[in-house]
Ligand binder design. Structure first.
Ligand code: CAO
Length: 420
């Protein structure tokens, strides 16, 4: 057994696609023994979705299933069910994100699981919470972003592209998985006190809403005031009765916007994000070479600036015209201005700092050679998560069965019955 913080915790990883796998992958990085259970011959659908190399596990799968062991098991066959029962008896956690009711239909209701192992923690992701009027719906990422409030508050408020907009960040999937990981660890610590397992559930709608908390704040303010002073609609346009989409506005108390830099005409990412911190107006004026703004009453307070904040951003864009995004940030950082270049995936993939910190890692893989993936975003002083390859379908089936006490003959029989 290794000395990683979660070593000794055995997790049945009955997850697929992204929300569940993102959760169990993180627990595996930190030392848990995560056994990915998949249907023989097929496996997680992401193994074959969006492949870049024929017949090789797709990056969609490899990037969400590292550090796990692979067990192929048909849990609809009696022999397969018997293996799962044994596994449940010997494990600490079962994580699943099947469609509503699938685990019950398989014969593994919460009541049955408790009979098999009262210490087991059952962790589930569903689209909507138990008892919700949409609890029967199957849900993918973008459905959750719409149901959780993200889509109605993202994007542009007028013009051709003013419809609700989806974020590229996996607010519905990986975000829900991260919430579930916190729930599992909480239940695990709880179990140390009570000796009992419990059911942990996170609905994708709730996880998205949790990240949209500030938009709920804005709805409450709008209901009271009828306007939102930090939105680009203020003070020249009318507000309706729901939180409008705010384009690239700051969202908090500090106005901000995405501004063009040198080369924007041909480079889709030649931009920076610029924030106007209320208390740092002086340094902004110094950085831009506009000392007169420091004493001009039209500029000295956030309230005075807000009616013409877009003109101020226009002046800053003028200043940025002959500077690349990197040059601009190098100047602005000297004045303590919160800003960053807009980075493409290509730039992030090749970013030396991210490689050095382990946020982007290269992982050797038995079949594909090696692949780049996103490493642990959580850094510890006494743990450096080492990212290892995702398992091939059923790669560790015999090993796991042997650990469960199956003899070589019994393992052979399970293969012959096509149960594994
Ligand atoms: N052996 C035998 N059967 C297996 C199995 C195994 N090892 N693993 C899964 N199955 C079966 C299940 O028992 C279920 O069968 P039934 O429907 O007959 O009971 C079926 O495979 C899986 O059903 P599903 O509803 O989970 O799969 P789907 O592709 O139709 O839907 C998804 C996918 C993601 C929409 C659905 O799982 C879902 O809504 N999950 C909850 C929300 C979620 O996590 N969504 C995020 C996914 S990431 O974008």
């Amino acid at each position: 057994m290794s000395d990683k913080p979660l070593s000794g915790i055995k997790i049945i990883d009955f997850t697929h696609v992204q929300a569940g796998p993102a959760c169990t992958q993180m627990l595996a990085w930190f030392g848990a023994d995560v056994i990915k259970v998949e249907r023989p011959g097929a496996g997680d659908v992401t193994r074959s979705q969006l492949r870049d190399i024929p017949d090789v596990d797709a990056l969609y799968f490899t990037m969400l299933n590292s550090n796990k062991r692979g067990l192929s098991l048909d849990t609809k066959k009696p022999e397969g069910k018997a293996v799962l029962e044994k596994l449940i008896k010997e494990s600490d956690v079962l994580v699943e994100n099947f469609g509503p009711g699938a685990l019950d239909r398989m014969g593994f209701s919460w009541e049955r699981i408790q009979e098999l192992n009262p210490k087991l923690i059952l962790a589930s992701v569903k689209g909507f919470s138990d008892g919700h009027h949409y609890e029967d719906l199957k849900v993918y990422e973008n459905v959750a972003q719409c149901a959780g409030g993200a889509a109605s508050t993202t994007g542009w408020w007028k013009g051709e592209h003013s419809e609700p907009t989806i974020s590229a960040a996996a607010l519905g999937d990986s975000n829900t998985g991260m919430h579930l990981a916190i729930g599992i660890l909480t239940a695990y610590i709880g179990r140390q006190k009570t000796g009992k397992g419990q059911k942990v559930a996170v609905a994708m709608q709730d996880a998205v809403l949790n990240l949209c908390r500030v938009k709920m704040r804005d709805q409450l303010r709008l209901d009271k005031l009828g306007y939102l002073e930090e939105y680009p609609q203020y003070p020249h346009e009318k507000f309706g009765d729901v939180v409008p989409r705010g384009g690239n506005a700051g969202g908090g108390g500090q106005p901000g916007w995405i501004l063009k830099c040198k080369g924007w005409e041909t480079d889709p990412n030649a931009y920076i994000y610029f924030t106007v911190q209320g208390h740092a107006w002086g340094p902004i004026c110094d950085a831009l070479g506009k000392p007169e703004w420091k004493t001009d009453p039209a500029y000295t307070t956030p309230k005075a600036r807000q009616p013409h904040i877009m003109d101020i951003f226009g002046t800053i864009e003028d200043w940025l015209k002959d500077k690349t995004k990197y040059e601009a940030v190098d100047i602005l950082r000297k004045f303590d201005i919160p800003c960053a270049p807009v980075l493409s995936m290509k730039e992030l993939l090749n970013d030396e700092s991210l490689r050095k910190s382990g946020s982007i890692v290269e992982v050797p893989h038995k079949v594909r050679g090696s692949y780049f993936t996103v490493g642990s975003p959580i850094k510890f002083s006494d743990l450096k998560p080492e990212i290892t390859a995702s398992p091939l379908l059923g790669e560790h089936t015999d090993e796991v069965l042997a650990e469960l006490g199956y003899s070589q003959d019994q393992i052979k029989a399970l293969h012959e019955a096509k149960a594994v």
